[in-house]
Design a protein around this ligand. Structure first.
Ligand SMILES: [Zn+2]
Length: 278
């Protein structure tokens, strides 16, 4: 496993090595959402986020390792675990929830099953990656009621985690965003016919070896919203082999690191070149 306390330990080490580590916002249950910053605050900025889907918690560990390795000149803002409540629920089940009404609600939503290891949503049973204001509610797998996955929420940005990501992105104004998900070893880019910087998916594909596709039928995701609002390149990177069970993906971390280890530095070089050329 890679838990919230594993993350906090790693963040302490990163801070001792000179990275800035701070709380960027709070989850619905009041857990701090942490961010790592490296590089320069002037010039182009890159934003990376992971574990917005609970069962994909391995991406939090990957994000920390990628931030640790990052040597680029551009500012790197890395939020390894966007959905700490969901990750806790996935790993510890109902024991991670203090409030008994909420425990009853989550137990019911999970079909009276105490195993939450396949949970994707947050602690309000909203799938954060369909809660953004980008053709909200039009995605092909969208649900309009609380569920372990795919519930769009009562309205766009109804959740503190999705609001935090949007507000922080507005503040940082990144040139690129990278969202880490699992699984499939594939990259998704663009939104609703928009592909603001087509070289970026090609570059990401060349570095990682993953094929890059436009995301058909996707709506309300962080990447979707970023592409729509900022008209800049946002990519989703799905790590891990397609058929590896979620709780075994950690075994593939060495391969994930090898495939993704050069991506953020490559994006930083590209951003620096682009800014110089302007
Ligand atoms: Zn995901």
């Amino acid at each position: 496993m890679y838990t919230v306390s594993d993350l906090n330990k790693d963040l302490q080490v990163l801070a001792s090595q000179g990275a800035k580590v701070f709380t960027v916002g709070y989850s619905e249950l009041g857990r701090p959402i942490k961010c790592i910053f490296k590089g320069a605050t002037d010039g182009p900025q890159i934003l990376v986020q992971g574990a917005i889907h609970a069962r994909e918690w391995v991406t939090a560990q990957l994000c920390v390792l990628l931030a640790e390795r990052y040597t680029g000149s551009c500012g790197l803002w890395c939020i390894p675990m966007s959905n700490p409540d969901g990750v806790m629920l996935c790993q510890y089940g109902l024991d991670s929830v203090a409030d008994s009404d909420r425990r009853d609600f989550l137990y019911r939503v999970n079909g009276y099953n105490k195993d939450f290891s396949l949970w994707k949503a947050n602690a309000r049973a909203v799938d954060l990656n369909v809660n953004f204001n980008a053709l909200w509610g039009t995605g092909k797998s969208n649900l309009t009621y609380p569920a372990p996955a795919n519930y769009i929420g009562p309205y766009p940005f109804s959740e503190s985690e999705s609001r935090m990501l949007a507000e922080f992105t507005d503040k940082v104004r990144p040139i690129y965003t990278v969202s880490y998900h699992a699984r499939g070893r594939v990259i998704y880019y663009g939104f609703d016919g928009l592909n603001p910087d087509p070289e970026i998916p090609s570059l990401a594909s060349a570095v990682t070896g993953y094929p890059a596709y436009t995301s058909e039928g996707s709506a309300g995701g962080y990447k979707d919203w970023f592409v729509l609002i900022a008209r800049k390149a946002g990519i989703t990177v799905e790590v891990g082999n397609e058929y590896t069970p979620y709780d075994e993906l950690q075994k593939e971390l060495p391969a994930m690191l090898e495939e993704n280890g050069g991506l953020l530095d490559a994006l930083s070089r590209r951003a620096a070149e682009q800014t110089r050329d302007r």
